[in-house]
Ligand binder design. Structure first.
Ligand code: FES
Length: 159
C-alpha cells in the first residue's frame, strides 16, 4: 500500500532537513514525524522515508528497529507503554499493567477493539525518580496510582 505524508508532514520534514543541514541527520526526527502521522512504521512507511531522504532502505530499517520508541506494529490511537524496569517494578509497575489491562479488557501487546488504546510494557524510560510511570504517545505520566490512571484514561477516552 502506498503511503504518503500529508502536505503539513512533508513541510515539517523539509524544515527539519533545512535546519539540520543534511538528510542523514534528519532521519530520526523524520521517522518521528512519520510515526506521528501513520502511528507506526510499516515497511512502506520506512521505504517512503528512505526515498524522501535519499538513503538506502536498510539504513532506515536499521535505525527504526534499533529504537524501541518506534512502533514496528500497528498501534491504537493511544499507545500506553508502562515501564516495568527495576525502579518502576519495585514501586508497583506490574500492578499498573494489571490494572490497565483489566480496565481496558486487553493484555499487554493488544489493542482495544475500537482501536483507541494499545497496551505495552517498556524498558526503563529514564524517569525512575517518579516511578511507577508510563508513556502514552509522547507524554509521560508519572507517580501513577489507580485514581490517577482512571483520570488519565477517562480523559483520553473522551478525546
Ligand atoms: S525504571 Fe521505570 S523509568 Fe526507569
Amino acid at each position: 500500500m502506498a503511503v504518503e505524508l500529508s502536505p503539513e508532514g512533508i513541510e515539517e520534514c523539509r524544515k527539519i532537513i533545512d535546519k539540520l543541514g543534511n538528510e542523514e541527520a534528519a532521519l530520526i526526527p523524520v521517522l518521528h514525524v512519520a510515526q506521528e502521522e501513520f502511528r507506526w512504521l510499516s515497511t512502506e512507511a520506512m521505504d517512503y522515508v528512505a526515498r524522501m531522504l535519499h538513503l538506502p532502505p536498510a539504513r532506515v530499517y536499521g535505525v527504526a528497529t534499533f529504537y524501541t520508541m518506534f512502533n514496528k506494529e500497528p498501534v491504537g490511537k493511544y499507545h500506553i507503554q508502562v515501564c516495568t524496569n527495576l525502579s518502576c517494578s519495585l514501586l508497583g509497575a506490574e500492578g499498573v499493567v494489571e490494572y490497565i489491562s483489566t480496565k481496558l479488557g486487553i493484555k499487554a501487546g493488544e489493542t482495544t477493539q475500537d482501536d483507541k488504546f494499545t497496551l505495552s510494557t517498556a524498558e526503563c524510560l529514564g524517569s525512575c525518580g517518579t516511578a511507577p510511570m508510563m508513556q502514552i504517545n509522547d507524554e509521560y505520566y508519572e507517580e501513577l496510582t489507580e485514581e490517577r490512571i482512571d483520570k488519565i484514561l477517562e480523559e483520553l477516552s473522551n478525546k
